[in-house]
Design a protein around this ligand. Sequence first.
Ligand code: ADP
Length: 621
Amino acid sequence: MDKEKRILNAILETIEEGIYVIDQNYTVEYMNRQMVELFGEGTGEKCHRLLNNSDTLCPWCRASEVFRGNRLHWELFIPKTEKTFALTELPLKNPDGSVSKLCIFRDITERKKREAELAASEERYQNLFENVGVGVYISSKEGRFLDANQSFIQMLDYESKEELLNIDITRDLYVRPSDRRKFQEMIERDGRVVEYEVEFKKRDGTPITVLLTSHVRYDHQGNVLGYEGITVDQTERYMMEKKLREAHDFMNKVIQSSPSPIMAADLKGNIFIWNRAAEETLGYPASETIGKMHITKIYPEGLAFRIMKMIRSPEHGGVGLLRSHPMLYVRKDGEVIDGSLSAAMIYDDDGNEVATVGSFVDMTERIEMERTLRSTQEQLLQSEKLAAMGRLTSQIAHELNNPLFGIMNTLELLKSEIPPENKRRKLLDMSLSETVRLAEMLRKMLSFSKPDQEEKGPVNINTIIDELMLLHEKQLRENSIKLTSELAEGLPEIYASRNQMRQVFLNMISNARDAMHEGGTLTFRTWHQDGHVYIEISDTGQGIDKENLNRIFDSFFTTKDTVKGVGLGLSVCYGFIQDHGGDIRVNSSSGQGTTFIIDLPVHQAPEQEQQNKLDKSASTQ
Ligand code: ADP
């Protein structure tokens, strides 16, 4: 072997690639060391046996092309080695004119694997880029999109990527172009922008709010190439927030406008709902309760704890519920009010207790109404009794009246027959005065059971008082009672029954006379104020004991002995005055005399009355 050949051999043995040569019969003429390492020794064998353990040509064989003089570069996976090779095949012209084939095998299995991995990873990234739920884009500094994913294109309603890549970002994308300048300033100063909220325009101009997160792309020299970023459409979030807010506002309005007080507190007792009705009923404004006051404050001590126990027990409408339970509340001013509470526990999604909500009904008015009803019923019963008694009294009075007048007439007759100096005359006078008293008593009894139903009309009270004073002055004087009066001039008329008014004052006079055994003064005063006429009748008599003051207007209440008093006078007076829309009050203490004050509404001319009604209804609207 000459020197050149040896050198060539040495080179062939040292290079990394496997090399072999075959003749036109596919017989292997030469294999270098790497080739032997790859396929085993095969010089002198058929190449298809060497490469594919086969007696026929390899299915991939392209030797014929080479024998025709072509050079080939191609890649081939050989199952026997499970490797991929880059093949270089060359024709070799032999001195005898035949052609051999030189083939160089370079193992590219590793490279192929890396390429495949790279391709797969690129695909993954591409997939991610396209399918990630947010808009992703790459843009140039000058304001053009270089790439964008489907989400971004759809978010802006463009028909294709090409269409989007053609727009001018500053002009066509930003609702306010100044926002793009602000964005560029920030990103070039900080290298990135995080969640910049900005308004973009869709293809048709509809604005959408997006959150923009972006960073700068630099070239090798560190110059800004453009920006990469993601955009998240906030429209849906805003819509959800709006819907949530609306739902919340609606609930709030429902709670606020409920006529029943509604309140809610967390498990620690901190109040977080307090509606307007609660403000009104309990007296605390929401600003003093929400987040500031403890719920226990509105209950008498220890009650809040019992309520929680009741809500948790199954006995009051089920676990977590308390149905219309009588309850007491303490108002801000300390007043305790009656109510009825309905409450419920609020649970979270996992069934844990988080808060309680309660609504209560203020029963004060109802209870008050029940009380009034009861007292009205009692009064009704009382008046039924009185009516029955009245009927009885009137029958008796009628029955007695005729014989009594018979007796009185007889006595008068006898009187005229017996001279005044006769001793019996005094007895006769006494009997006569007793019968007169009896007649007066009968009259009282009759007016109680059947009050005079005289028509009402305009009446001057001063005139009635004057008449009565004139009639009774003599009699009172005989009892050492001085009669005085201060009657207001120009006193307006009242609308009343003249007879009933007379009876009222007569009764007052006779009571005053009874109260002043030792004599005294009886004074009538009248005046007029704020549409009312006032009549004051005061005496300097024995007065009324404190414990009796509340009872003197009751029927059949009397402190007089059974012959003198029946206890109907003041009760009849009271009834008459009430019936006239007035009132009667008394001031008295034992030994200090007594003053009755009667007030009655001034009579109004029909037109005036009409006007007053109109004024009143206008002021209540
Ligand atoms: P009677 O005169 O039959 O007792 P009244 O209803 O007129 O019935 O009076 C009830 C009671 O009120 C009297 O019994 C008396 O105790 C008290 N009373 C009424 N007027 C006076 C008065 N001017 N001074 C003191 N007591 C009075």
